[in-house]
Write a protein that binds this ligand. Structure first.
Ligand SMILES: [Zn+2]
Length: 216
């Protein structure tokens, strides 16, 4: 079988070079000229438009425009396929809503207010939300939030479908609610927690709700 070489996006949206990982399998891509350079080059190198430069003698990475700096990992084989679905189907979070993406983070998509975790699972993808700075214990699945917003729990019999079909379904569900979920995050986050607490007797939420003055 032909050995496939592919690149997986590891990180975009970093703010300084100190946040850039380095390694034999790590490469940097320039979003302007699309050129890819190794993070550990044998000699000083750079992209075609000089947005990215690596000075071997100084051991330094130079980046002019961080919004056009993409960290990649080189893969051989197809193990990146599942991770690729996250980028393929949830990339609207980056393009349309300005999230940053980090493949290895517990919550792969982040903005200043909220964190989003997409876990693929063997058959059933899960989308979790968390308020930035809060304990992951309080993360909330998208179904519960939709139940709070619209009064119905979106149920899908995921075992009837292939994983990728389920990923497409959940990405589409997210996309349909994205304006409300993202733009109105501060309006629904605590009321949704309170709803969940009351509806399901989720007692572990009590100290959290009390701390944020949602209950006495
Ligand atoms: Zn360039």
């Amino acid at each position: 079988m032909k050995k496939e070489i592919s690149y997986e996006v590891v990180k975009i949206g970093i703010k300084n070079t100190g946040e850039a990982p380095i390694g034999r399998e790590i490469f940097y891509q320039c979003g302007i000229c699309q050129f890819i350079v190794p993070s550990t080059p044998k000699d000083s190198t750079g992209c075609l438009c000089n947005n990215i430069g690596i000075d071997k003698d100084l051991h330094r990475l130079f980046v002019k425009d961080y919004s056009n700096f993409i960290v990649l990992r080189k893969n051989s084989g197809s193990k990146s396929l599942r991770g690729g679905w996250r980028r393929k189907y949830f990339w609207f979070l980056v393009e349309k809503y300005g999230f940053t993406y980090e493949a290895k983070a517990e919550f792969q998509f982040q903005n200043p207010k909220m964190l989003v975790q997409i876990s693929l699972g063997p058959k059933t993808p899960r989308i979790y939300f968390l308020r930035r700075g809060d304990d992951p214990e309080y993360m909330m699945p998208i179904e519960r939030i939709i139940e709070f917003l619209d009064g119905h729990f979106p149920y899908r019999d995921t075992l009837k479908y292939e994983l990728e079909e389920n990923v497409v379904y959940y990405a589409d569900l997210f996309r349909r609610y994205a304006d409300r979920l993202i733009n109105d995050f501060e309006k629904w986050w605590f009321p949704a927690q309170l709803f969940f607490y009351k509806q399901y007797g989720a007692n572990y939420l009590y100290p959290y709700l009390k701390q944020h003055r949602m209950i006495e």
